[in-house]
Each structure stands twice: as structure tokens, then as C-alpha cells.
Write a protein that binds this ligand. Structure first.
Ligand code: FAQ
Length: 309
């Protein structure tokens, strides 16, 4: 059987492609692009919430937030490792990120103005991430699918801590309830943009679905997220900022208003509210960490020398 046929049959039978298996160049390139963008999102995604670690309102909230942001660093590391199994060079991926040549999720280019944003990121951003990533646990590329299982478990925990924080704030003062509503208003539409462009304009969906890398289209997952979130908003006692949001009994789904795709394009092309700041911070952290990388490499070289001797 030739290599392409073997690959096609593996996909057809819903089995996994592993690093040493033959795969088409375009399949490999698609995965490197998607996994690298995902890894970068986790690393850049540490910044908006990291902004509140020193100002968390209690020791308990500070410990929770610290742990969450550390988890995100861990997710970035699993994902860079998954990209390495495809032959990608991690240093090169990091270089591309800090040079602004490789994308990361649009959502992390918005500012976190109050502590309620921490809760809303957990509820909506992690909620959207789970919706998008649970199907990726069945992605056809083994190392990515396996990394996603652990990541999704941690993301579910993140989502719950966000919702719990918001429930606590909603039981608090009028000012706290106002903060939660304001954060919900600011994060709702950007959360819907996390799922990517509409299917008709999604360059990669069709190919990635045929390869079973993606299991659902961008619009399917966005709809699932809306359907799942509306009752959560009701239980919390906040409104979602969309006058067109209403249950459509015929479709069995919520209808919702038009997303501002011009804003989405602006943000992913580098011109969102915080893009420049996020990359500058990442670049500075990378430069400041150079001595750690050098010391670790020197230590590894010494150990290798000792093993040989
Ligand atoms: N932002 O043809 P499609 C997290 C790009 S969750 C920026 O539809 P595809 C957890 C897309 O890359 C966030 N760029 O592409 C967390 C492509 O660009 P290219 C990360 C976007 O790949 C929570 C072009 O537009 N999650 O980090 C966005 O089939 C809280 C055309 O789009 C993942 O990465 C966007 N929103 O579908 C961390 C999940 N949408 O490469 C901290 C894995 C699209 O041609 C705190 N990725 N683009 O220049 C995926 O599921 C997919 O890659 C999609 C895009 C759905 C994001």
C-alpha cells in the first residue's frame, strides 16, 4: 500500500497519526500552524490575568489566580512540545511570535480593567476555549489530541473558578454587580470572535475537517457556545449585550446578532487595543530570560560531557 493510501485509511478509520508516520506536507504544516498559534495564545494569554495577580482582593483569590496563570504556562509548554514532534523548531516558533509573524488568539488583545474581568475571562474565555478544544481531544494527530485531554481538564477547572468568582461578586454590593455586568459587556463579542471567521470565509476549515484535525466548523462551535452560555448568564443575573439574542424554537438554537468582523480583522492583523503592549511584554520577558536559557544549556552540556567521560 502506498504511503498516501495508508494515511488516508488511517484517517478514514478514525485512527491516530503519530509523529513517525508518513503524512502529507500540507497536513504537517497545518498542524504546526494551528498548534503554534495555540501555544502562543496560552503564553500571551497569561498577561491579561497576570495583570491582576498583585492586586487580587484576598490571599485566596491571589493563590487561585497564580495557579491558573501557571497552568496556562504549562499548556503552552505541552503545545510547543506537540509542535516539536512535527519537526518544528521551538526557538523559531518563539522568534516568529515575538517578531509578530505568527498569530495568537485575538481575545488576548483586550485589556482587563477590573477584577471582574478575571471572573469573566474564566467564565466566557475559558468557556469558549473548552467548547473549541473538547472536540480537539479527538483530533487525528496523536500528540495534539493527547495534550488536549489534560488541557481541557484544567480549562474546565478554570471556567468554574471564573463562574464562582462572578457568583460571589453578584451576591456582593451594587458596585460589584455593576462591575460584573460591565466586564460581561466588554468580553461577550470578543469571546464569540475566538471561534474564528464565519465558515464561508474560513480558509482552513474544509481541509482540516477532511483530515479530522477539526471536528466541527467555526460557526457550529460558536452556536454551541452561545446556546450553552445564555442560561449561565440568566443564572448569574447578568444580561448579554445583544438585543437580537433570542431563542429560536424552529432551529432549536439561540439566534444572535452580527459580529463586528471589521474589528476582528483589525485585531488579528495586529491593531487591537493591546497588541503592541502584549508583544512588547513578551519580547522583554524573552530578553530578560536569556541568561536562564544560556545557563540551562551550559548545565546540560556539562552533564552530557560528564556522561561521555
Ligand atoms: N484569533 O481558516 P480559519 C486559550 C486566524 S484559547 C487570531 O478559520 P482555522 C486558552 C487563523 O489562524 C485560544 N487568529 O483558521 C486560554 C487563520 O490565520 P492564518 C487559542 C484567528 O485554524 C484561556 C485565519 O484566521 N485556541 O488560549 C482567530 O481553521 C484563558 C483564518 O481562520 C486555539 O488556538 C482568532 N480568534 O480555525 C488561555 C485552539 N480565528 O494561520 C489563557 C486551536 C482565526 O491563515 C486564558 N485552534 N484566526 O494566518 C483552532 O481551533 C483553530 O485554529 C481556530 C481557527 C478555530 C482558532
Amino acid at each position: 500500500m502506498n504511503l498516501q493510501t495508508h494515511f488516508d485509511r488511517t484517517i478514514e478509520k478514525d485512527q491516530r497519526i503519530e509523529p513517525r508516520d508518513w503524512m502529507p506536507d500540507a497536513y504537517r504544516a497545518t498542524l504546526v500552524r494551528m498548534i503554534a498559534q495555540h501555544a502562543h495564545s496560552e503564553i500571551i494569554g497569561m498577561q491579561p490575568e497576570g495583570n491582576w495577580i498583585t492586586r487580587a482582593p484576598s490571599l485566596r483569590r491571589k493563590a487561585i489566580l497564580l495557579a491558573k496563570v501557571q497552568d496556562e504556562a504549562g499548556h503552552g509548554l505541552y503545545l510547543y512540545s506537540a509542535a516539536e514532534t512535527l519537526g518544528a523548531d521551538r526557538d523559531e516558533l518563539v522568534e516568529k511570535l515575538i517578531a509578530g509573524k505568527q498569530k495568537y488568539s485575538s481575545i488576548f488583545n483586550y485589556p482587563t480593567l477590573t477584577f471582574a474581568d478575571v471572573g469573566v475571562i474564566g467564565w466566557l474565555v475559558d468557556g469558549a476555549a473548552i467548547c473549541n478544544q473538547v472536540p480537539l481531544c479527538r483530533s487525528s494527530y496523536g500528540p495534539y489530541a493527547r495534550a488536549m485531554i489534560r488541557i481541557c481538564k484544567e480549562e474546565s477547572f478554570h471556567q468554574r473558578q471564573g463562574y464562582e468568582l462572578l457568583m460571589t461578586m453578584m451576591k456582593g454590593t451594587e458596585e460589584q454587580r455593576r462591575m460584573v455586568q460591565d466586564a460581561t459587556n466588554r468580553w461577550w463579542w470578543p469571546s464569540l470572535m475566538m471561534f474564528g471567521p464565519p465558515d464561508a470565509e474560513s480558509a482552513h476549515t474544509e481541509r482540516s475537517m477532511a483530515w479530522k484535525i477539526k471536528r466541527h466548523t467555526n460557526d457550529e462551535l460558536r452556536q454551541k457556545f452561545v446556546d450553552m452560555t445564555v442560561p449561565q448568564a440568566e443564572a448569574l443575573g447578568v444580561t448579554l449585550p445583544d438585543p437580537q439574542l433570542r431563542w429560536n424554537a424552529e432551529r432549536g438554537h439561540y439566534d444572535f446578532g452580527e459580529i463586528d468582523w471589521a474589528e476582528f480583522k483589525r485585531v488579528i492583523s495586529g491593531n487591537g487595543p493591546c497588541n503592541a503592549q502584549r508583544l512588547a511584554r513578551r519580547r522583554a520577558a524573552h530578553d530578560n530570560g536569556a541568561w536562564v536559557r544560556e545557563a540551562a544549556a551550559a548545565h546540560a552540556a556539562k552533564r552530557a560531557e560528564r556522561t561521555v567521560a
